[in-house]
Design a protein around this ligand. Sequence first.
Ligand code: NAD
Length: 458
Amino acid sequence: MSILNIVKEQKSYFANHQTKDLSKRKQLLKNLLVVLTKREKDIVAALHADFKKSEYESVMTETSIVISELKRTIKHLHSWAKPQTVMPALLNFPSSSKIYKEPYGTILVIAPWNYPYQLAFVPLIGAIAAGNTVVLKPSELTPNTSKITKDIIEAIFERKHVSVIEGGIDVSTELLAQRWDYIFFTGSVTVGKIVAKAAAQFLTPVTLELGGKNPCIIDETAAIKLAAKRIVWGKLINGGQTCIAPDYLLIHSTVKAQFVTCFQKEVAKAYGDNPENSKDYPRIVNQRNFDRLANMLENEKILIGGNTNREDHYIAPTLIDEPRLDSEVMKGEIFGPISPVISYDTEDDIHRIINNYEKPLALYIFTRKKNFAKKIIANYSFGGGTINDTTVHFANHNLPFGGVGESGIGGYHGKQTFDIFCHKKGVTKRYNWLDIPVRYAPYKGKLSILKIFMKYFS
Ligand code: NAD
């Protein structure tokens, strides 16, 4: 069936209120939970076939996240969807007011390849829970995960409710030409702008989950050994192909040498002396990304690592020493296991470097100085972050996850994933037993009473 007809079919299904029954929504999500749990091993195998992601990382960063988001959604669906009573305005006395959670309609979700399962299913679950129909387009760069996603969805949902359309840029372009009620996109800044432009044509609301150049500051008071361990973990998980991975390291010059030694030891502890032989170390997703990353190593001073294997898409965990800000590795988001190390002496140095880039998706500070951490959080705009660790703010579903400026628009996770897929419809109900006459024309002689009302009741 053509994309146009799938969208038409979904729109008419939605228009007939077929997706709005809460018990039905909950039952479908429960069915999904059964299948996702049953097929966990197949999903893990698909992720391994796509980019040698280890079973442990697949469970930790993909399947368990989806399962817990799904369980939470099932558990709270009725309370999240319930109209919320709010305080009425005294000026409307007597009245009551409610916020109704209205599904938008037909949603387009476009997913990236780097967490191809989690970043497809989490928004999908929220969109279905909120009562929408959904078309999901997984990434073409992870074909095994894309295929299993399609199989799972087709086993549970009718096409007119949820449909997975596989393909690359051509399919994406055709999808973006349709009129959607909401678009949820995760991917690069460049494609995010294409999505925003397509959405603007119909004034379609969007969530854009994009990337950026995430600073990681390590000051002279930081617990260096622990910082190195946590940075190695957050940087190298998924082979560094994580939107919130620390991108470049800003290290106080007095602790730089100690940090580099600790980093090397932590890499060896985690992945052995040659990470290429480690089953836990993922590969770069494709040749294009491998070449892009390998190119960043040219003409740089390598502190650690630097070895590559083009056939296997392997890039060693690498530290680059003091690259210039106009060098390849400092131009844009790295998105791989390479970390530039830039030393600083003063807060002005930090300021100059961070302000050289667009607002990042994440920022990390390792310090024992409370006020320094507070100041960094207050002074810089970024999507979200962690003090004394990397990436773990992602794990708290009570925190909104999303960017700001070029790193994205909107946030999700937990209840917020449900909320973003509903329009909040505010409705006031007036009662008929009293009708204060002051607002009605003729207005002559009523202005002073209006002013008293506005002063005391607004
Ligand atoms: P991408 O932008 O290349 O692709 C994302 C999706 O868009 C894919 O499904 C792809 O098929 C589609 N696409 C690609 N080119 C397109 C075009 N010209 N027109 C329409 N659609 C197009 O991103 P990617 O390489 O899959 O993922 C990596 C990027 O995603 C990084 O920048 C990373 O920071 C970002 N990311 C952000 C988050 C987040 O939550 N903020 C999470 C993961 C990845």
